[in-house]
Design a protein around this ligand. Structure first.
Ligand code: AMP
Length: 303
């Protein structure tokens, strides 16, 4: 079934202990849509400037990602500059230039208003609310955010979180959002405020998926080389939501949610093996299936 994403499309400048890259194509919606398109048809809502390379847009559309919701506006594309030190779990932001996102007001094509699966990717919570207001009776709405928006737009963010089903968010941001250091207690506070599920991304420590049905933990796939963790969170979310959307209209069980968490983790483990979207772009269903089976043996408890 179709999966709609709204989020950033960006030029990223990134430095990690293993190298650096200047002005490469990134953004939450970019990583998410490439990852999700391995599983299901994707509809992308975002804005880029005239400086965004046509070849990058061509690559997305070649994957079958529907770009009717992509606006090419006068002005410059969103830019993010960041770096990682030895702790790859922490992205340090040097600069964020919203550029064309300053005046962006998404208008969904009429036939997109009934999209069953919706991902409100990391972007201004006002845009997340704008998209939510245009969607009719979705099956599942999930949302991601980051420290930048928790600080700049706490009120609209709180309003958006009140009306979603799943919050997909990283560990530091869960603490920042709730003021609670213990992740289990923080997730309970968040579930009291709206979402039925909270999926906490913990970088190299994996993912915790919490709901009324209990807690499910998936480790991060142990890799001997990680080049660039940028986009791992968005690729996780793309694999997670893409897997759920691929289930069709059958009722989604706790087992399906858990498998989606494993699929998301498998996809994210490829993203970090190269700078930018490079590795993600060449990912096959076979690569993903093999990594999912490695995950099975990784966590099998004998007895
Ligand atoms: P992550 O998956 O969390 O590593 O997200 C990385 C992506 O988030 C990068 O490609 C950035 O372009 C994008 N990004 C960084 N800051 C922001 C922001 N304030 N709003 C939206 N997207 C952002």
């Amino acid at each position: 079934m179709s999966l709609l994403v709204v989020g950033s499309m960006a030029f990223d400048s990134i430095k990690s202990p293993f190298g650096e890259a200047e002005q490469i194509v990134g953004g939450s919606a970019t990583y998410f849509s490439i990852a999700a398109s391995c599983f299901t048809p994707v509809r992308l809502v975002s804005v880029v400037g005239r400086d965004f390379p046509e070849a990058a847009i061509g690559k997305l559309s070649a994957r079958g990602i529907d770009l009717q919701g992509l606006t090419v506006a006068e002005g410059e594309t969103f830019r993010w500059k960041g770096y990682y030190e030895n702790d790859l779990n922490v992205a340090h932001t040097v600069r964020t230039n919203l550029n064309v996102f300053e005046d962006f007001a998404p208008v969904l094509p009429a036939e997109w208003k009934e999209t069953p699966y919706v991902f409100l990717g990391n972007i201004n919570p006002r845009l997340q609310l704008d998209v939510m207001a245009q969607i009719r009776k979705p099956r599942i709405v999930a949302l991601d955010t980051m420290n930048f928006w928790i600080e700049k737009s706490p009120q609209p963010l709180r309003e958006a979180i009140r009306n979603i089903d799943i919050l997909v968010i990283n560990e530091a941001e869960v603490r920042q959002l709730t003021g609670e250091l213990n992740l289990i207690r923080a997730a309970r506070l968040l579930m009291d405020a709206g979402p039925e599920r909270v999926v906490i991304k913990r970088g190299e420590y994996g993912v915790l998926h919490l709901s009324g049905d209990g807690i499910f933990a998936v480790p991060a796939y142990p890799l001997d080389t990680i080049f660039d963790p940028t986009g791992a969170g968005d690729s996780f979310a793309g694999g997670f939501m893409g897997y759920l959307a691929s289930m069709g209209d059958k009722e989604i069980s706790e087992k399906d949610y858990r498998m989606a968490t494993v699929y998301g983790s498998a996809v994210a483990s490829f993203t970090v093996q190269a700078f930018g979207t490079q590795r993600l772009e060449s990912l096959s269903r076979d690569d993903i299936a093999q990594r999912v089976s490695s995950f099975r043996s990784l966590s099998e408890i004998p007895g």
